[in-house]
Design a protein. Structure first.
Length: 764
């Protein structure tokens, strides 16, 4: 019989109950016992829900109060000194200190979980790290479910991935610690087997990365060791891409089953069928766990049938491609979503129903699931035929794109001269990244406007007042290039998505980003166009108040996609081009309205980089083209800025140069300008303007003028004076006005200091 399996369920709850409980706990209004009770209630709800949907292998241990990598570190006693842990079970206070920092101790470093928008905590290991099984939590959760009559398949992050995702304090290879870790895995699994657990899922997602020979050898060693002891049957899972060159290694490991992500790694199927021994179980991840579209059930069933025939019908599982952590919990609760669009979507709950239907269809034949198949066919047909999704005018515009449209009229040196004449900026020009504090007042106005309690005219005049005050203050403090402050914007993607055709928004479509933090990504579902100007009115208004240039402020095409669920019926490159053309209209309109400086933010440019090296060039090519298409419609004297934060530039500098922006601002404070080294690597220097951030806006601390001057001096070691812009690391929306006033006056003073020394240098 085919088994319907799940790899992981969202933890947050359909109405974000986990977020509420966590935040109450942190605020001191819910004690640890209360938090645990709420967590147990959520686990029970999710287990029963999955069981009720017909899932045979329901995961346990996928639940986490903050992050499953942190859970694994705590399970294994990989807790750095200073957090007050002295062996045994990890207390909630210690756990949250690791996750969020506490008095005297910083949080562990946080980074992106592969190419998702989920963030995990990076375990910090000593070079001679000793591990200790603190508390067999996977066993605990297995038993907790068993007590509710749900037989679960515990999920463990595998030893090789755990180490590959960790960092050692001395920079040595964490894989050197593998042999110390394996006895603990053997014990955890042994105790699970002892308790009657039949299957355990062991996640080794690093198999989707380019692996060295040593890492592959580590896999062989680890799983040979585990094969030598009593364990439940192991389902080895990897996801987020094809196993590719790691397939032979994975297929040869002595485990009971192998899972394939067929949404992103369809190319693995044939080689896996050829390589897998007959007794091995095969889990087919045919339901996309990373996106929100319904599965084409008939096509998926056809594929499953072929595999079943090839394998004599035995030892098959059907599953989502990866954990459902990355999609919202339940579509059914979206009451305001466009009903046609809703018919094309499936969230975690609906996806599990698809998994169950596919397993049933395979075992009992199409007739047994005729209704589900018919509904899927109807959705597919209506989506394919929809004139709201496929709009001829958008296709025609795309077809008419010429290479010249992605090229500025003149090369950078010519533009620089034209911009100098027009803008007449001093050396070390000062600016900000766009947003000013989103105070309670600002948020209250948006909320009351959304509820209809404030009328449009009142909202407009309030906004105008804030913008005017912000412009006046920027003149007073002495900034050179001003901004309007983004008070009207809720979110840098949503604000634009709401004004573009082709985007939709959910009410409850929350996905965990980290800890209690969730995002509700928009759904980019149809051909994109810009029915009307989006930002021109406020930009023009702000510009009318001052003789200094006010920057227009837009979100770039890559970020507009990267932070959304994107349609899966077109190549991403093509969707990007559509978004780029819509933004191009806006850029051109801003320029026509007299806006001389236009910033197109691309904070997600780096994070869109594919996991596998072989795919990166193609991504960078279309991402760069998108930016250039959006920004190349303007004349030489219009200055195009871009902004990127949380980025490593080392491996993408040629693409950054290729963006051909006139100025780029980046986050550089925390790295003490070391990020700039990438901008002059290999003897090549970045030609255009750069504003390395000199104020870490993630911290409430206000840096002094001399700290800022010190950073600019470091920048000057790496860049020419005529190139350097002076600005904070990112937008100021999370800061308060008191900090902004103080820090920006220091920043302007630091720029003045640099100008004075530049003049002296020239006089010598
Ligand atoms: N212009 C945006 C702001 O200032 C940029 C935000 C970002 O880079 N994440 O808020
Ligand atoms: Zn930023």
């Amino acid at each position: 019989m085919t088994i319907a399996a799940n790899l992981g369920f969202p933890r947050i709850g359909r109405r974000r109950a986990l977020k509420t409980a966590l935040e109450r706990h942190w605020a001191g209004t819910l004690d640890a016992a209360g938090l645990q009770a709420e967590a147990a209630r959520l686990r029970a709800t999710h287990w029963r829900l999955q069981q009720g949907l017909g899932i045979g292998h329901v995961p346990s241990g996928d639940f986490s109060l903050y992050d499953h990598v942190l859970d694994t570190a705590c399970l294994l006693g990989a807790i750095p000194e200073g957090y007050g842990w002295e062996g045994g079970p990890v207390a909630p206070a210690t756990y949250f200190a690791l996750a969020r920092g506490a008095r005297g101790v910083p949080a562990l470093e946080m980074t992106k979980w592969f190419d998702t928008n989920y963030h995990y905590l990076v375990p910090r290991l000593a070079a001679d790290q000793r591990f200790e099984l603190t508390h067999n939590r996977p066993l605990l959760h297995y038993r907790e479910a068993q007590a509710l009559s749900v037989r679960t398949r515990p999920v463990l992050l595998g030893p090789v991935s755990f180490l590959k995702l960790s960092k050692t304090t001395d920079g040595s290879d964490p894989l050197a610690l593998l042999d110390r870790l394996l006895p603990l895995y053997a014990r955890i699994l042994g105790e699970l087997a002892e308790a009657g657990c039949i299957w355990t899922q062991i996640d080794e997602p690093v198999l989707a990365l380019d692996l060295s020979g040593e890492a592959r050898e580590a896999f062989r060693r680890a799983y040979a060791a585990l094969a030598g002891v009593r364990t439940p049957e192991l389902m080895l899972t990897s996801y987020f891409g094809p196993l590719g060159a790691n397939l032979a290694t994975a297929a040869a490991l002595p485990v009971a089953g192998l899972h394939l992500d067929l949404a992103r790694g369809a190319a693995d199927l044939e080689p896996a069928l050829a390589a897998l021994p007959e007794e091995r179980w095969l889990s087919l991840g045919v339901v996309d766990g990373r996106n929100v579209w319904r599965t084409d059930l008939r096509a998926a069933l056809g594929l499953l049938r072929r595999v079943a025939d090839a394998r004599g019908g035995r030892r098959l599982m059907v599953a989502p491609s990866c954990s459902l952590l990355h999609v919202p919990v339940e579509l059914a609760q979206e009451e305001r979503l466009d009903s046609e669009l809703k018919g094309w979507l499936a969230f975690a709950t609906e996806k599990l129903a698809e998994v169950a239907a596919l397993a049933r269809g395979l075992d009992e034949g199409e007739d047994a699931v005729a209704e589900a198949l018919a509904a899927s066919d109807r959705a597919k047909a209506s989506r394919a035929a929809s004139t709201r999704v496929h709009r001829p005018e958008v296709a025609a515009r795309l077809a008419a794109v010429t290479p010249e449209m992605a090229r500025r009229a003149s090369p950078y040196p010519v533009r620089r001269a034209a911009q100098r004449t027009r803008l007449n900026l001093p050396l070390f020009p000062t600016t900000t990244i766009g947003s000013f504090p989103q105070t309670t007042e600002v948020r209250r106005l948006r909320a009351s406007r959304a509820r209809g309690e404030t009328d449009a005219a009142t909202a407009e005049s309030t906004l105008a007042g804030w913008i005017a005050a912000a412009v006046r203050w920027q003149e007073e403090v002495g900034l050179d290039v001003l901004v309007h402050g983004e008070f009207e914007r809720n979110d840098m993607v949503k604000y634009f998505g709401e004004q573009l055709a082709g985007y939709a928004f959910t009410d409850h479509g929350w996905v965990q980003s980290y800890g209690s933090r969730c995002v509700a990504p928009p759904i980019l579902w149809g051909d994109v166009s810009r029915p009307a100007p989006m930002t021109v009115r406020w930009a023009r208004y702000a510009q009318s108040l001052t003789a200094r240039p006010v920057k227009g402020m837009l979100t770039g095409p890559v970020t507009m996609m990267q932070w959304s669920f994107v349609r899966d019926d077109l190549p991403r490159a093509e969707v990007c081009r559509q978004v780029a053309l819509a933004l191009r209209d806006e850029v051109d309109d801003l320029a026509a309205a007299g806006i001389a400086v236009i910033q197109v933010d691309e904070p997600a440019f780096r994070e869109g980089l594919p996991l596998r090296r072989a795919e990166r060039e193609a991504y960078l090519a279309w991402a760069v083209e998108g930016f250039r298409l959006a920004t190349s419609g303007v004349g030489d004297a219009t200055q195009i800025h871009t902004h990127m934060c949380y980025s490593e530039f080392n491996d993408i500098l040629p693409a950054i140069v290729a963006l051909d922006a006139d100025v780029i601002s980046i986050e550089a404070t925390r790295s003490r300008m070391e990020l700039l080294d990438a901008f002059r690597a290999g003897g090549a220097t970045y030609p255009a303007g750069i504003g390395p951030g000199i104020w870490d806006i993630h911290s409430p601390r206000v840096p002094s003028e001399s700290e800022m001057t010190g950073l600019l001096a470091l920048a000057r070691e790496r860049l020419a004076d005529g190139q350097i812009w002076v600005n904070p690391d990112c937008g100021l929306k999370t800061r308060g006005w008191a900090e902004v006033r103080a820090a920006m006056s220091h920043l302007v003073a630091a720029a003045h200091h640099m100008r004075a020394t530049a003049r002296e240098a020239k006089a010598e």
